[in-house]
Design a protein around this ligand. Structure first.
Ligand code: ATP
Ligand code: MG
Length: 573
C-alpha cells in the first residue's frame, strides 16, 4: 500500500539517551559486551533472581525501593532487601514442600506483591514459574495446569474454586494467599509457608535452565506453553537499557499483567536487572486512576499497550491536564500495532513520543523498536535491537528485498528466545523449519531499515487482487471522530476473493445510522484507498479482545461465517 504516505517522520534526537548512535551500536554489537555486565561472567554461578535482586542488595541498593504497589486498598513499598527476603521466604517454603529444580509452580492470582514474591521465590530455587492471569475460568486453568504438569499453584480463596484439583493428578499443593484456614489436605497457607525460614537461599543453575512457562495470548488459536530460560536475562537487561532507556533513579511503570510475557519480561526483569524502581498497580483499568498513578509515584518511564492508550484517548484530552505528569520522560507501547493516531495524541497531550516495540511470547523480550535516538515513523515498529538479525523472508526462508511484504523472521538464536513449546516439539520445530524463526506476522522493511507491520499472516485480506493489512484499515477507522475501536476482517466473496468488513464501536455521543456508516466508508476511501474501504460496517458494543488487549479477528471471522469460535479461554468478556 501507499508506503510513502505512511512514512512521515517525527524527528526528535535525544542526546541523553542510553543509546546515542543506533547504526554504530548495531554494527559493533556483540552479546558478549552485555554478558560481561553479569556477575556470572566472573563467578560462573547463574540465577536470574540473583542478578535481578540480590546483586543490588550486595551493591549498595538494599534500601532502595524495588517495588511500589497500589490497588486502591493497599498502598505499599518494598526495598530491594525486602523483596530479597520475601522471595527467600517463599523459596524456603517451596523447598519445605519438597519442590525443587525443574518443577512447575503456577501462580494464579491478581497483581500483588505476593504474586511477584512467588515468581521470584520459584525461580530462585531453579523451579519454573507459570503465571496465570486471574480472569481465567476453570477450563482454561485446567488446560494449562494439566499441560504443564504443575505440582503447585499459588492462588487466593476467591479463585481456588476454579482449580479442578481432582482432575489434576500431578497437582500436590495449593498455596492460599489471604486465607485464614485451609479446607483440604492439599492446601497450605501462604503465611505458614513464609514463616518456615528466612535464610538466604539460591540455586545455581545453567544458563539454559528453564525459568518461566508462559502461555501465549491465544489470538490465533489454542495457547502454547512457551519456555524461557535464565539466559533471557541478557536480552531483558539489554532491552531495558536501550529500548526502555532505564537509568539510575528511574520510576518505571509497566501496566501489563505478569500473566503475559510483557508483564514479567518488561514488568519485572528489565527494570530490576537495571536496578530501578518498578511500580505495580492492581485493579481494573480506570483512566483517572491511571493518570493519578503516574502522578503519585512520579513515574519517569511508562510502558503500556495500544488498547490502553486508546482507552485513555477516549476519556478526553481534558483529563490528563488535571495531573502533574512532568516527571514522565519516556513512553513505550507493545503487544499490538500502534496506530499513528495514538502517537499524535501522545505528542499533543503528553508532549512525548510513544515508542512502539514489537515482540512475542516466543521472543521473550523486545526484538524491533523505536529508539529514542532515532526518528519515529508513525505506524512503523522501528528497527531491530542491536544483536538481533531481523528480516522479511519468503515461505522458503529466502530474504526479500526492501518494500516487499513477507514473513517477519528472526535469525536464531537470541538469549530470550523460546527454548521449547511445552509438550509440543512439532510446533516448536515448525517455527525454525526454514532456518529462521518465522513469527507468523506479515511485514515489510522500507529502504531505510524501518519495519512495518501488516498483520498476522492469517489475517491479511486479499481483495480484488490487492493485499490489505487489517491494521492499516483499523488505524484509519479510529481516526474518524465517531470511531472508538475497530476490528477488520476479510469475508469471502465470489467476485473479489474477499471483501473487507469492519466491526466498530462508537464514541460517546454518536448514534448508529446509515449516513454515519457511509461517511466512515468515505473517510477510509479518500484517506487510505478505495480498495481498502470496508464494504460492510457493523456497529457493536464491543470488539472481542484477548485479555492482553489484542483484537481477536479470528473470532470476528468465525461469527461472520457462522463457524466454531475455537478456544476462547483468553477472551475478555
Ligand atoms: P497466540 O500466539 O496464542 O495466537 P498472540 O500471538 O497474540 O497469541 P503474544 O505472544 O502475546 O500472543 O503476542 C504476540 C503477537 O502480538 C505478535 O505476533 C504480533 O502479532 C503482536 N504484536 C506484539 N507487539 C506488536 C507491535 N508492536 N506491533 C504489531 N504487532 C505486535
Ligand atoms: Mg502468537
Amino acid at each position: 500500500m501507499t508506503t510513502d504516505a505512511r512514512k512521515k517522520e517525527i524527528l526528535f534526537l535525544d542526546e541523553t539517551a542510553n543509546l546515542k548512535n543506533y547504526d554504530e551500536a548495531y554494527a559493533n554489537f556483540d552479546w558478549k559486551q552485555v554478558e560481561e555486565t553479569f556477575t556470572w561472567y566472573k563467578t560462573g554461578k547463574v540465577n536470574m533472581v540473583y542478578e535481578a535482586i540480590d546483586r543490588h542488595v550486595e551493591n549498595g541498593k538494599a534500601d532502595q525501593i524495588a517495588l511500589y504497589f497500589t490497588d486502591g486498598v493497599r498502598d505499599e513499598a518494598y526495598t530491594y532487601a525486602e523483596v530479597q527476603k520475601n522471595s527467600c521466604q517463599f523459596a524456603n517454603g517451596l523447598r519445605s514442600l519438597g519442590i525443587g529444580k525443574g518443577d512447575r509452580v503456577f501462580i494464579f492470582m491478581p497483581r500483588s506483591p505476593e504474586l511477584y514474591f512467588a515468581i521470584l521465590g520459584t525461580v530462585r530455587i531453579g523451579a519454573i514459574a507459570g503465571p496465570l492471569f486471574e480472569a481465567f475460568m476453570e477450563e482454561a486453568v485446567k488446560d494449562r495446569l494439566s499441560d504443564s504438569g504443575a505440582v503447585a499453584v499459588v492462588t487466593t480463596p476467591a479463585l481456588v474454586n476454579r482449580i479442578p484439583v481432582d482432575e489434576l493428578p500431578e497437582l500436590k499443593h495449593i498455596i492460599l494467599v489471604g486465607a485464614e484456614e485451609t479446607t483440604s489436605d492439599k492446601q497450605v497457607l501462604y503465611q505458614d509457608l513464609m514463616s518456615k525460614s528466612d535464610e538466604y537461599i539460591i540455586e545455581w543453575v545453567d544458563r539454559e535452565t528453564g525459568m518461566l512457562l508462559h502461555y501465549t495470548s491465544g489470538s490465533t488459536g489454542k495457547p502454547k506453553g512457551v519456555l524461557q530460560v535464565h539466559d533471557a536475562m541478557v536480552h531483558q537487561y539489554h532491552a531495558g537499557r536501550l529500548v526502555y532507556d532505564l537509568r539510575e533513579g528511574d520510576i518505571y511503570w509497566c501496566t501489563a499483567d505478569p500473566g503475559w510475557v510483557t508483564g514479567t519480561s518488561a514488568g519485572m526483569w528489565s527494570p530490576w536487572l537495571n536496578g530501578v524502581t518498578a511500580v505495580l498497580r492492581g485493579g481494573r483499568f480506570n483512566a483517572e486512576e491511571w493518570f493519578k498513578t503516574l502522578e503519585k509515584y512520579g513515574v519517569t518511564v511508562w510502558f503500556s499497550a495500544p488498547t490502553a492508550f486508546r482507552m485513555l484517548m477516549a476519556a478526553g484530552n481534558e483529563l490528563p491536564k488535571k495531573y502533574n505528569l512532568e516527571k514522565l520522560r519516556h513512553i513505550l507501547s507493545a503487544g499490538e500495532p500502534l496506530n499513528p493516531e495514538v502517537i499524535r495524541w501522545g505528542l499533543d497531550v503528553l508532549k512525548l513520543r510513544i515508542h512502539d516495540n514489537w515482540w512475542m511470547t516466543e521472543t521473550g523480550s523486545s526484538i524491533c523498536a523505536n529508539f529514542r535516538c532515532n526518528p519515529i515513523r508513525p505506524g512503523s515498529m522501528g528497527k531491530p535491537l542491536p544483536g538481533i538479525t531481523l528480516a522479511i523472508v519468503d515461505d522458503q526462508g529466502n530474504v526479500l528485498p526492501p518494500n516487499r511484504m513477507g514473513n517477519l523472521a528472526i535469525k536464531p538464536k537470541w538469549p530470550a528466545m523460546v527454548r521449547a513449546i511445552w509438550n509440543n516439539k512439532e510446533k516448536y520445530d515448525q517455527y525454525f523449519e526454514t532456518g529462521w524463526f518465522v513469527s507468523g506476522d506479515s511485514a515489510y522493511m522500507d529502504e531505510d531499515g524501518y519495519f512495518w507491520f501488516e498483520g498476522r499472516v492469517d489475517d491479511v485480506i486479499n481483495t480484488a487482487g490487492e493485499r490489505v493489512g487489517p491494521f492499516e484499515v483499523e488505524s484509519k477507522l479510529v481516526e474518524h471522530p465517531a470511531v472508538a475501536e475497530a476490528g477488520v476482517i476479510g469475508v469471502p466473496d465470489p467476485v473479489r476473493g474477499e471483501v473487507i468488513k469492519a466491526f466498530i464501536t462508537l464514541r460517546d455521543g454518536y448514534e448508529e445510522s446509515e449516513e454515519l456508516k457511509q461517511e466512515i466508508r468515505e473517510f477510509v476511501k479518500t484517506r487510505l484507498a478505495a480498495h481498502a474501504a470496508p464494504r460492510m460496517i457493523e456497529i457493536r458494543q464491543s470488539i472481542p479482545k484477548t485479555r492482553s488487549g489484542k483484537i481477536m479477528r479470528r473470532v470476528l471471522k468465525a461469527w461472520e461465517l457462522g463457524l466454531p469460535t475455537g478456544d476462547l479461554s483468553t477472551m475478555e468478556e
